[in-house]
Ligand binder design. Structure first.
Ligand code: MN
Length: 167
């Protein structure tokens, strides 16, 4: 039987802070486990993307979009780049998989689909992980990330203080 936690939500936020990056967040045990991915996720199985674990975020951050005000950590626009659900493909408990340093997951998003591995890098400190697309019917060799923050989208964003301290 599937663990009831096995199919839960994920979000990727495009964050135009001092350095643009993508925040990859998995709902787990009542929080959003979070990684900052400098280059963003990839659908190309040949590309390993560095994912630096950052602080847990509240579930309320799942659909956060807005401009984090100047002077706050992570000041700048945040837009949802992709969202959907995920499922653990190996093991039964996402928290335990995370603690073991390897999660094999399926993502059911608009952009991110199919299986991925999130694996902790050895010898680089606990915060450094790699997010890697697995070869499957969704993987693409010619994939490039499409920026979500268009001029029009930016015009419609409002300054908003996020429900957490760091981003
Ligand atoms: Mn961020």
């Amino acid at each position: 039987m599937k663990d009831p936690l096995a199919q839960t939500r994920f979000v990727v936020q495009e964050h135009h802070a001092r350095q643009r990056h993508y925040d990859f967040r998995l709902e787990m045990a009542g929080v959003l486990k979070s990684w900052a991915v400098p280059k963003g996720p990839s659908m190309n199985a040949a590309e390993k993307r560095l994912a630096v674990m950052v602080e847990d975020h509240p579930i309320a951050y799942l659909d956060f979009e807005g401009i984090i005000p100047a002077g706050q950590s992570g000041a700048g626009p945040v837009v949802v780049w992709d969202q959907g659900t995920y499922e653990l493909l190996e093991g039964a408990n996402p928290v335990r998989a995370l603690e073991a340093g390897k999660m094999v997951i399926a993502l059911y998003g608009g952009e991110l689909k199919g299986s991925f591995t999130l694996v902790q890098m050895k010898g680089r400190g606990a915060k450094h992980w790699l997010l890697i697309k697995k070869k499957d019917e969704y993987s693409r060799t010619d994939w490039t990330i499409q920026q979500r923050l268009t001029k029009e989208k930016r015009r419609n964003l409002r300054e908003k203080v996020p429900p957490c301290e760091s981003h």
